[in-house]
Ligand binder design. Sequence first.
Ligand SMILES: NC(=O)c1ccc[n+]([C@@H]2O[C@H](COP(=O)([O-])OP(=O)(O)OC[C@H]3O[C@@H](n4cnc5c(N)ncnc54)[C@H](O)[C@@H]3O)[C@@H](O)[C@H]2O)c1
Length: 342
Amino acid sequence: MTRFVDVKNMVRWVSTTGPERIIRGMIEYVEADFARWNSFDKSPRVASHTPFGVIELMPTSDGETYAFKYVNGHPSNPARGFQTVTAFGVLADVHNGYPTFLAEMTLLTALRTAATSGFFAKYLARPDSRTLALIGAGSQAEFQALGMRAALGIEQVRLWDTDPAAMEKVARNLTPLGFDVVIAASAADAVDGADVITTCTADKALATVLTSDLVAPGVHLNAIGGDCPGKTELDPAILERGDVFIEFEAQTRIEGEIQQMSPAFPVTEFWRVVTGEHPGRTSPEQITIFDSVGFAIEDFSALRYLRDAVDGTEFFEEIDLVASPEDPKDLFGLVGQLSPVG
Ligand SMILES: NC(=O)c1ccc[n+]([C@@H]2O[C@H](COP(=O)([O-])OP(=O)(O)OC[C@H]3O[C@@H](n4cnc5c(N)ncnc54)[C@H](O)[C@@H]3O)[C@@H](O)[C@H]2O)c1
């Protein structure tokens, strides 16, 4: 039998445990997996692009457990009543290839993306960071704020989105959680005095939601919305001014903000910072940039975290996903004994 966490159980688990506590725990799992980076199979995700958006498969394995996530990105979806990003994922046992764990990952992706943002910020942001500018107030926004609070103790969130209703939604969701939420009048107003800037907008375009003059020395920039060929958020001049940290170079060169730069543009794979090979932030004035696209190992960590967290609870069910005849060679025997129809 395969353990299965559906949307109903995911919602119950997250509501009972609390999203910030989950993100904090997930940061530890993502960090542990980045620290053993070289034990994973790695490849850029497999993307199928259409004029409507992208559908992607994200596989990896550590030699014991295999994982993949199915995820889409359709920036025009909200206008049609659908979400921009939805996902589900699987863990499997490499010894016999059987799937052991299946989960919804629309919510889990928001939690893992927040955990990854927090994890990078823990190493790269100034430790005294208390103010977050959040540009993009869609599905990921509240999770991103919680990720930065879990990692850094962020207190104030300065919001900007071209959709005022989305900003009001985020203010409504974050204020009761103890954040001091400021609805800004523009991107420039949002980043004024911010220690950390998160861009999480969705547009299938080479957009510029942030220009270089808006990025002050010392800021940590967490850019999560530029994650597909032809879909970026930052003025390339910002990348020239800062030090760019990425997940997996072969994927980020195709999908990240750095798709706008030459193939030789210098970047650092973040596992090198985690293992101490690279110093990360070296001065309070340095601009650090996480050019985030989302990598398979983070989903592996998130699925692993969820699997361990729900073990022994009522937040999963067992489903019959693999046909298992008593004689492993007699698959036909499962259906051959039925009386013929007609
Ligand atoms: N890097 C990762 O790991 C990762 C993971 C999940 C999602 N994402 C990406 O993050 C982005 C946000 O995802 P979501 O699910 O919150 O999307 P969403 O569609 O729910 O929200 C996006 C928001 O951006 C706003 N927006 C668009 N253009 C803007 C602009 N120029 N200035 C200000 N606001 C603008 C929209 O009004 C909307 O409220 C998407 O691009 C998605 O693909 C990345």
